[in-house]
Write a protein that binds this ligand. Structure first.
Ligand code: ZN
Ligand code: ZN
Length: 283
């Protein structure tokens, strides 16, 4: 696993798979960060207590809604750790190969996402991206040759002032030393929310909403980054566009996975109880 060690350039370190994932990756920090930390000591984005560089305290990190055994392809919960892929993905494989989603989209993960997206709390975004990087390091997830953020429509970009997926991809790219390609995957239509629509309606709603722009082709193995995977239809459509543009393998990295009511319940509760809870590398 490649690790970005600030001040020493990129170093390469092999990590064994373990349920004690402390210190798997270094926190991405700029040269001016120690000065800023001195003036404004980092605080936990959830409870406000003092924290390490990741801006989440050990207690809040432990209390995050960690995702238990889930389908490696679509990220939905599975009842057993023995299963790797769910029946739906076997019958109807999506255009992406693997979904990395360390959290369930439940409290307080949803609070982190809302603070990041709607209150411009960039520290919350760094926590979300750090979660992905930790998961990737601990589970030895194959690294792609390129990270691509899910694009935001220009109107929504103007309203929000930033693309949350880009911010997360930039952090992950610096931390894991993976090139980032922004602006090649583009959104031509501002589509309404997908939740509440049927699968067919969602597909129709997103048809032609994304396109590949420019002469650079996507790498053979690329990762699409976003904050949350809800219905999965946006990421599915983006993955289709990337495959059409030349990518051979597309993976999805999101901080949290929303689970439909009929896929959660007891299985999720059981899986969470069985799942060892990770610790952050630099609190
Ligand atoms: Zn806290
Ligand atoms: Zn699946």
């Amino acid at each position: 696993m490649r690790c970005n060690v600030p001040g020493r350039g990129m170093q390469y370190e092999k990590h064994a798979m373990t349920c004690q994932p402390e210190n798997k990756i270094q926190v991405d920090r700029r040269w001016w960060q120690p000065v800023l930390d001195f003036i404004l000591p980092p605080r936990c984005v959830l409870c406000g207590q003092s924290s390490g560089a990741v801006c989440i305290c050990a207690g809040c990190w432990t209390d995050l809604p960690w995702h238990g055994p889930h389908c490696l392809r679509c990220g939905l919960p599975l009842g057993s750790v023995r299963d790797k892929i769910c029946g739906a993905c076997i019958l109807n494989p999506p255009p992406f190969t693997r979904t990395v989603c360390p959290l369930l989209y439940e409290f307080p993960a949803n609070r982190l996402v809302r603070s990041f997206k709607y209150k411009r709390q960039l520290a919350a975004g760094r926590v979300l991206s750090h979660l992905i990087c930790e998961y990737v390091a601990v589970h030895e997830v194959p690294l792609p040759a390129m990270l691509i953020p899910v694009p935001l429509h220009k109107f929504r970009m103007l309203k929000r002032g930033f693309n949350q997926a880009y911010e997360m991809a930039a952090y992950a790219g610096r931390t894991l030393d993976i090139p980032l390609l922004a602006n090649a995957l583009r959104r031509r239509r501002n589509t309404p929310a997908q939740s509440g629509l049927s699968r067919k309606q969602r597909r129709k709603n997103l048809q032609g909403a994304f396109y590949w722009h420019g002469s650079v082709r996507p790498a053979k193995h690329v990762v699409l980054i976003d904050d949350v995977m809800t219905t999965g239809s946006t990421l599915t459509e983006c993955a289709r566009v990337l495959k059409k543009a030349g990518a051979k393998r597309v993976d999805i990295w999101v901080a949290a996975r929303a689970v439909p009511a009929n896929r959660g319940g007891a299985d999720t509760a059981i899986s969470q109880a069985r799942h060892p809870r990770a610790q952050p590398s630099a609190l």
